[in-house]
Design a protein around this ligand. Structure first.
Ligand SMILES: Nc1ncnc2c1ncn2[C@@H]1O[C@H](COP(=O)(O)OP(=O)(O)OP(=O)(O)O)[C@@H](O)[C@H]1O
Ligand code: SF4
Ligand SMILES: [Mg+2]
Length: 362
């Protein structure tokens, strides 16, 4: 409480105190805080939904579905954070909470030091310009009645209504070229393009306002493998050229490995491990990450045959009735009685943090 009160006192005080003490108070920031700007910080985020199912009578109270329940992460300027985890573990809900499409139920989400959920409508407008999203289904995310020129220019019309028509068109054409689309296609409609080209249009629209962060929620899973590689390489190139930060959500562990600097592993709405790509893929520590990585295909047939896959028992528990203590204990091969009672917190440093009672990170 004292810390928060001090933070509110003045912006200069805030910066000074953060620079001196925050690396000590928040171990996830150690070592990178000096050379890179912290864009996004999420601490113990909760997103709960009240739901009623067919088995309930109308007088019975709604149940609480804990889609996100204790997520912690941080994101620095220019880095790509990959997010992996089983279907239903809350990846898309997390993404939607960051851009304000769903209400948060607890915890904090700060963008450049400001708490997002408590921002005014005007402040949100600025943040919306800085944080853009690319969706899974490229065709469904484009309005079929608009030309691609109009689709890409839409954010410009909202944020720069005074911009001349000619300048807007020049900007759109330049962006089309950047994403690999011929500018003479500007007056065509989305149905005239392939899935890969539609995703390029979605990327152009997301980047036209020069955002700081782009959240990509399964951006290539609806595309053919060869097109997937082209779109991933395009995202990587644009990120380097424009100094963007990316949050890259995917089920495809190989794609996440290719594009990410750090990787966050989610399980039932929780961060279970967060670390550099090398650490997560070559030296995972959390039992869930170990199982996930052991299921990844190895391109070498001999190594693939020789590897031991760790199969997890059972299914992902329901987020309506999550297990007590460590939420992974029902499937963990090394769980103890303590795991049933005590919930582990994410502990470690910026390079590597794990939420497991049996793993200690120096
Ligand atoms: N608006 C909503 N109302 C009620 N429940 C929701 C809502 N949105 C998501 N959920 C539930 O929250 C949980 C997490 O869903 P979410 O879509 O975030 O998972 P995900 O990790 O993105 O899954 P996938 O990998 O399949 O896309 C699921 O159990 C889902 O049914
Ligand atoms: S805390 Fe216990 S149950 Fe959870 S991952 Fe660690 S060992 Fe397994
Ligand atoms: Mg999803």
């Amino acid at each position: 409480m004292l810390w928060n009160a001090a933070r509110r006192r003045s912006p200069h005080w805030n910066i000074l105190v953060q620079a001196v003490y925050e690396p000590v108070l928040n171990p996830l920031k150690v070592s990178i805080v000096a050379d890179k700007k912290l864009l996004l910080e999420i601490t113990d985020l909760q997103v709960y939904f009240n739901i009623k199912d067919n088995t309930q009578w109308f007088w019975q109270p709604a149940k609480t579905l804990k889609a996100v329940d204790g997520m912690t992460l941080n994101l620095y300027q220019g880095e790509t954070l990959g997010i992996v985890g089983e279907s239903g573990c809350g990846k898309s809900t997390l993404a939607r909470a960051i851009i304000g499409l769903v209400k948060t139920s607890g915890g904090s989400v700060t963008w450049l030091g400001k708490n997002l959920p408590s921002m005014t409508a005007t402040e949100w407008r600025t943040v919306r310009r800085d944080i853009q999203m690319i969706f899974q289904d490229p065709v469904a995310s484009l309005n079929p009645r608009m030309t691609i020129g109009e689709i890409i220019a839409e954010p410009l019309r909202t944020y720069h209504p005074q911009m001349s028509r000619q300048k807007m068109q020049d900007n759109v054409k330049a962006m089309m070229l950047k994403v690999g689309l011929l500018s003479n296609l500007i007056n065509r409609y989305p149905h005239e393009f392939s899935g890969g080209q539609c995703q390029r249009i979605g990327i152009a629209r997301a980047l036209i306002l020069q955002p700081k962060l782009v959240i990509c929620d399964e951006p290539v899973s609806a595309l053919d493998v060869s097109i997937q590689a082209q779109v991933v390489n395009l995202l990587q190139k644009l990120q380097q050229d424009m100094g963007l930060s990316l949050i890259f959500i995917s089920h495809d562990l190989s794609v996440v490995k290719h594009i990410s600097d750090r990787v966050l592993v989610m399980y039932l709405g929780h961060t279970v491990e967060l670390g550099s790509c090398d650490q997560i893929y070559h030296n995972p520590q959390h039992p869930y990450t170990k199982a996930l990585m052991s299921a990844m295909l190895i391109p070498d047939p001999d190594k693939e045959r020789a590897k031991k896959t760790q199969l997890l028992a059972g299914e992902l528990p329901s987020p309506i009735d999550p297990p007590s203590g460590c939420v992974f204990h029902t499937r963990c091969p090394i769980a103890t009685a303590e795991c049933v009672k005590t919930r582990p917190t994410l502990a470690g440093n910026f390079r590597h943090a794990v939420a497991c009672l049996k793993v200690k990170i120096d």
